[in-house]
Design a protein around this ligand. Sequence first.
Ligand code: AOF
Ligand code: ZN
Length: 378
Amino acid sequence: MTEIRPYDAHFMTLALRLGRRNIGNTGPNPAVGCLIVDESFTPPQIIAVGWTGRGGRPHAEQVALEHAGEKARGATAYVTLEPCAHYGKTPPCAKGLAEAGVARVVTTCVDPDPRVSGRGHAMLQEAGISVVTGVMAAEARQDMVGFLTRMTLGRPHMILKLAVSADGKIAAQPGVSTTITGEAARARSHLMRAESDVILVGRNTILIDNPALTCRLPGLGDRSPIRAVVASEGLIPPRSVLATTARKTPVWILSAREPDNWEAETLLSAGVEILVCGEGKGRRVDLGRALATLGDRGVGRVMVEGGAQIAAGLLAADLVDEVALFTSRKELGDEAVDALGGTPIKSITESARFALNEEEWFGEDRLTVYVRAAATSG
Ligand code: AOF
Ligand code: ZN
């Protein structure tokens, strides 16, 4: 490995920004960014940029190298993950970088994919390229946390989004959908949807709210995640918004057991997929197995958006990695429904399991983001 140069962190920050553009859009692959820089200029100049394409291909390096053409010869590539070393649909990026004549490659961290896992860096070095790694590694790990968690734990990174009143409630009455936060907070949570591979809800949320669960930000309609429903008992109504739009934006039902009713046929013919995940406690869906099923399907980032039962279930099983808590100034009173079904919000905000990571205001609404206190465990 060779030495870090003073501007390496700067260019890696830009490469990370490029990679971030497609978070939630590259599953099963990580959203990588790549910058090709000519260091013979003072200051060094950017020649070409690239980021991982929709569905995970083309890889970021491929795009940047194509734009750079001959100019890549003797240049430096900043890549937000170790370049791949395997023959997939296309040859390895490490080989592509070497063939393009790149002289130096700067990366953040090793790609834990067993097909890569150090081989990318080795391939570059064998080709006589000087390799620097570890630049902006913490930031990269945060951006690619979905992919990294799936590779190391076999399940997605789980983000629980909660919108609660000042007194910790999610609805005025059981079975009633209540608007809690304002427009700006809503827009922020739609952006979170765009950055997720899957949005996960419990079946009750479908029965009560009949939501679309799509990203409705202008210009980002095609960034809607796959919609997954945990269904322990029965399925979802064939006339629900989800079922009737399943051909446009996929719907997966995570079921405890093989469904045996006529609704299953109707749903399947509407394009809904039913994934049998097995039973856990009280004949409910085994959440651990459900998440492993999502992991097997290449899902890296999951946003959980309701309701109380699924939130409490995931917390109890220690399957929540991050909590995005929107709190409004509104109070709903003692009769209203608790956000976590009897478990107080304090079990997140004042727990040693979670650390406050971010705070942001959206008008009257406050967003606080809590992350798992110990790195990626659980
Ligand atoms: C890169 N650059 O932009 C991305 C990489 O199925 P394949 O052939 O597309 O390979 C997928 C693997 O490639 C994925 O698991 C991860 O290890 C790596 N992703 N690598 O060099 C990229 N997205
Ligand atoms: Zn690659």
